[in-house]
Design a protein around this ligand. Structure first.
Ligand SMILES: NC(=O)c1ccc[n+]([C@@H]2O[C@H](COP(=O)([O-])OP(=O)(O)OC[C@H]3O[C@@H](n4cnc5c(N)ncnc54)[C@H](O)[C@@H]3O)[C@@H](O)[C@H]2O)c1
Length: 258
């Protein structure tokens, strides 16, 4: 008999959340710990990761300084952190400029964090998981992996590219018992989107675009992370889970008369 009451429990699992000092990563770390996981809260910003730990309950959470742009630091983390059952990574950046205004430096900065660092993390922790015969890797794409608007070029390209990277990882690591999935959020109020919130017209336009007519709080993404980390998703791999308030389902530009 399947123990459905405990389907989402994560007791005994070690989860590494990279980007846990802010936004979606912070709420994910707290939710994973609340479901019984031991959570390593990694971030380039150690004091921010420590704040996440302080918000959690008991000794389930530990802060860890990690800059994913540093290949050697990732290698060290694999050695230092021991067995990681679930890897969640949220660190990403966006430069909102039109293509003709974009510089090569902007391009390199966005690709380095959103795509190259993700690749290094999947390689480093995927190898260890495959050797042990189990694991779950959860990366963050975006509605921008599917739909775009002016000013999103490189960010959108990295978010679409991440989906294909993770799908391929799912194909390659599946036979070793490792699941790999992406979550694609809609608009979420975090420091990443503070520039938009500061502009009322921009903020309101985005709220109206989705079916629910509002932005999400970062805590509304945490359930998807817990799900994909847990045995509730034991047959889910290579998927992109939209948590976007209906953004990608609805065209939304005009409401025709009856
Ligand atoms: N907020 C949104 O509206 C939204 C929408 C769609 C997709 N997403 C995606 O969700 C994910 C999380 O977004 P968020 O809004 O929580 O972001 P955020 O900016 O609030 O948090 C990102 C965290 O990553 C950390 N970080 C940055 N560079 C790092 C590095 N080199 N090494 C280690 N840590 C580093 C930051 O210190 C920060 O704590 C991102 O991948 C983002 O693209 C967000």
């Amino acid at each position: 008999m399947t123990d459905y009451a405990n389907l989402f429990r994560l007791d005994g699992k070690h989860v590494l959340v990279i980007g846990s000092g802010s936004g979606i990563g912070r709420e994910s770390a707290l939710a994973l710990a609340a479901h019984g996981a031991r959570v390593t809260c990694a971030d380039r910003d150690l004091p921010a990761a420590e704040q996440t730990v302080a918000q959690g309950n008991g000794s389930q959470l530990v802060a860890y300084e990690l800059d994913v742009l540093d290949d050697d630091a990732i290698t060290r983390a694999v050695d230092e952190l021991g067995d990681v059952d679930v890897l969640v990574f949220t660190a990403a950046t966006n430069v909102r400029k039109r293509i003709l205004d974009y510089t090569s430096e902007d391009f390199d900065r966005v690709v380095a964090l959103n795509l190259r660092a993700s690749f290094q993390l999947v390689r480093a922790f995927g190898k260890q998981m495959a050797e042990r015969g189990s694991g779950s890797i959860i990366g963050f794409s975006s509605i921008r992996g599917t739909t775009v608007e002016p000013g999103q070029s490189v960010y959108a390209a990295t978010k679409a590219g991440l989906v294909q990277l993770l799908r391929t990882a799912a194909a390659e690591l599946g036979p070793s018992g490792v699941r790999v999935n992406a979550i694609a959020p809609g608009v979420v109020e975090t420091p990443l989107t503070a520039q938009i919130k500061a502009n009322q017209a921009w903020y309101d336009a985005y709220a109206q675009k989705g079916a629910l007519g509002r932005w999400a709080g970062p805590e509304e993404l945490a359930g998807a992370v817990v799900y994909l980390a847990s045995d509730a998703a034991s047959f889910v791999t290579g998927s992109v889970l939209a948590v976007d308030g209906g953004w990608t389902a609805v065209d939304g530009r005009f409401d025709p008369p009856n």
